[in-house]
Ligand binder design. Structure first.
Ligand SMILES: [Zn+2]
Length: 365
């Protein structure tokens, strides 16, 4: 008898054709491979990984899992809720290279290629934009599924998304768009939710999300991140004297200094309670209608992106992190949409697999 295959449920969104392989565009950035596919493969292989038992069905077939969802690119309307017309005119054009050169820092200040060999590219940059738009669509759908009253677990995990550095008028930090803010604004446009928490545990500060939500009274943002390094290694002020866009505050920022990994989990737990207190005060005792969790894997000690080295969390610590956030939200009956966010190198899928085993063991996917 076939056991139910959790990857056929819509609570785990997986599109086999949205991986952004840096090498295909000539980018010389540590490549996580097809991280979502590696997660699916690990979930389908009993005993191949860590913590929670009895989650993988040997009767599941990868081909079946690959039917999970095929995303259409996010519409121009979805993107226009976040990004300026001037930026969209460039990045959605037939030649998005001027925008993507900034997003991926492909040239240095002297105009020399930086981690970039265009001659090695096998796909055009328009292909990258198309895939990024489908990541935006996935996050929008994950939020919609988490909010669906028919979804008893009020949970959805999208194996993609997390482009938290995207600003209104520019992409940056490998983030051509900001799918997180696009998703919450899409939910508002559909009148399915108003108030949101964004809980960002990526190693890098969620500066784009913070900037986009600064004047949004119905969104509260928490970012726990490296205290130093990109994007916090630049000046404090822009050329015109305003606070640098990378430093525009979240509702709650929790910088973790290098060598202080032992304080990460206690700081996050305290931060979640602080987020709740602050928002209850601002929202007359109400909580959020939903939370978006930007569950970056680059705080992992085996992550290979040099700029993420200041955080060195173990797989067990990352498991504790993700379970802490999930339980905090579940105990308050807050619908939660999780997205994958940063993670670089050959082991970047491991924290995701670990958490999804936990999610499966709790009947969430
Ligand atoms: Zn990151």
């Amino acid at each position: 008898m076939l056991r139910p295959c959790p990857w056929r449920t819509p609570m785990l969104l997986y599109d086999p054709d949205i991986a952004i392989r840096f090498s295909a565009y000539g980018f010389q950035i540590p490549d996580p491979g097809d991280r979502a596919a590696r997660v699916i493969c690990d979930l389908l292989e009993p005993g191949s990984q860590t913590t929670e038992p009895d989650t993988a069905s040997t009767e599941c077939h990868l081909d079946g899992a690959r039917q999970s969802v095929l995303l259409e690119p996010a519409s121009a309307e979805d993107l226009a809720r976040v990004h300026t017309p001037e930026y969209l005119d460039v990045i959605l054009s037939d030649d998005p290279s001027p925008a993507l050169h900034v997003v991926y820092e492909l040239f240095d200040e002297q105009g020399r290629p930086n981690r970039y060999d265009p001659a090695a590219a096998t796909l055009p940059l328009t292909d990258l934009v198309d895939r990024a738009r489908r990541h935006v669509a996935g996050t929008i759908r994950a939020v919609a599924i988490a909010l669906d009253p028919a979804n008893a677990g009020r949970f959805c995990y999208f194996l993609g998304g997390g482009m938290h550095h995207g600003m209104a008028g520019e992409g940056r930090g490998f983030c051509p768009f900001n799918d997180i803010v696009a998703a919450l604004r899409a939910a508002r446009a559909a009148d399915t939710a108003k108030r949101f928490w964004i809980i960002d545990t990526d190693a890098h500060r969620g500066d784009g999300t913070a900037a986009l939500c600064l004047e949004d009274p119905d969104t509260a943002t928490l970012s726990i991140h490296m205290a130093s390094g990109w994007p916090l290694d630049g000046p404090f002020c822009e050329a015109d004297g305003r606070l640098h866009r990378a430093r525009i505050p979240s509702t709650l920022d929790i910088p973790v200094a290098e060598g202080c990994d032992a304080f990460y989990l206690p700081a996050l737990e305290k931060g979640l309670h602080t987020l709740e207190s602050v928002t209850h005060a601002n929202w007359n005792g109400a909580g959020p209608d939903a939370a978006i969790v930007v569950a970056g894997c680059d705080p992992y000690k085996h992550d290979e992106l040099p700029s993420a080295r200041p955080l060195q969390l173990t797989l067990e610590q990352l498991g504790q992190r993700d379970r802490l956030v999930h339980r905090f939200l579940a105990q308050r009956s807050i619908p939660q949409a999780w997205i994958m966010a940063g993670g670089y190198g050959s082991r970047a899928h491991e924290p995701v697999t670990q958490f999804l085993r936990y999610a499966a063991s709790n009947g969430l996917i």
